[in-house]
Design a binder for this molecule. Sequence first.
Ligand SMILES: Nc1ncnc2c1ncn2[C@@H]1O[C@H](COP(=O)(O)OP(=O)(O)OP(=O)(O)O)[C@@H](O)[C@H]1O
Ligand SMILES: [Mg+2]
Length: 305
Amino acid sequence: MAQTVVSINHLQKFFGKFQALKDVTFDVNPGEVFGFIGPNGAGKSTTIRVLLGILKASGGQATIFNEDVWQQAVAIHNRIAYVPGDVYLWPNLTGGEMIDFLLKLNHQKRTAKTDELIQEFELDTKKKSRSYSKGNRQKVALIAALSTDADLYIFDEPTSGLDPLMEEVFQKHVLALKHQGKSVLLSSHILSEVERMCDRIGIIRAGEIVETGTLDQMRQLTRTQVVVQTKQELAGIETLAGVHTFKADEQIANKAVFAVNTAQIGAVMAELVKREIVTLQTTPPTLEDLFIRYYNTEGTEGHEK
Ligand SMILES: Nc1ncnc2c1ncn2[C@@H]1O[C@H](COP(=O)(O)OP(=O)(O)OP(=O)(O)O)[C@@H](O)[C@H]1O
Ligand SMILES: [Mg+2]
C-alpha cells in the first residue's frame, strides 16, 4: 500500500487572536503534483510553514511521510526540498556559492544536473547575490531545490518573478520529477501553470479549504458554455434542467448561446441531436472560472485576479 506523502487534517493556526487557518484538510499522494491555490492572505504560506516545522500548529494534525511535522521536523527535512516565495540570499556570496551552500544545507552536492539547471535557467552564477533581481534570486533557490534528490518538493509561488520562458523551464522540471514518482506541493497564482501541471487542486479561502479534487471533478461543479445552431427549432431547450442564461441569436434562426451544468450536458446534447445539430461549440469552464466562482462568494478577505 502506498503511503500518503503529506496528510493534513483540520489544521488550525492562530496568530494571537487572529485565526489564519480555520480548517485545512488535504493529502498529497506519492507521484502527485498537488496545486494549492487561493487569494492573497488565504493561508497558503502559513500552511506550508506549518508543514516545514517553522510554525507550530494551534490545532489539528499534519504529517509528512507519516511523521508529525513538528516533532520530526529534522528527519523530515532530509527528504524534502523547499523554495519560498520570497527568496533571501546572503548578499556577499555569488549565485554559484549560494547554490552550493543551499545544497550543503540539504546534505547534497553539486552535480551535472545542477550545471544543466544553471544553463537552462540562464543564471550568471558569478554575480554577487546582492545584485540579483527577484527573478534571479528565485532561480538560485529553484536550481538548488531541483538539483536536490528529495522525495517531496514544496514550492511556494516559485514562478512569481520568472518570465514566461523561465516558467516553462520550471514546469518541464516539475513534470520530470513527477515522472520519477516524486511528489510536489505547489502553491501558485498562475492558473495556467496549475492547470497544466497539477493532478489535483486544493482551493483555500480565508483559512479554509473550500474544494479539493481534480480539475475534471471541479468542472463538474460548474457550467459549460454552449453555442449551437440546429436545423429544427430550439424551442424547449431553455426549460431543460441545468440550462441557464439561454439567449436566442437575433439574426440567425435556430441559433443560441447558453450555459449548461456540466453534470447535465449529456441530456441536453441528446435533445439538441433530436433537433439536428448544424454547428456546435462547447467551452468547458477554466480554472479561472472556478476560482472566480469561489472568490466572489461572501466572506472573502481579498480578491486576486
Ligand atoms: N507571523 C504572522 N503574524 C500574524 N499574522 C500573520 C503571520 N503570518 C501570516 N499572517 C496572516 O495570516 C493570513 C494568511 O497569510 P499567508 O501568508 O498564509 O497567506 P497566503 O495565502 O500565503 O497569501 P499570499 O498569496 O499573499 O502569499 C494573513 O491574513 C496574514 O496577514
Ligand atoms: Mg504566500
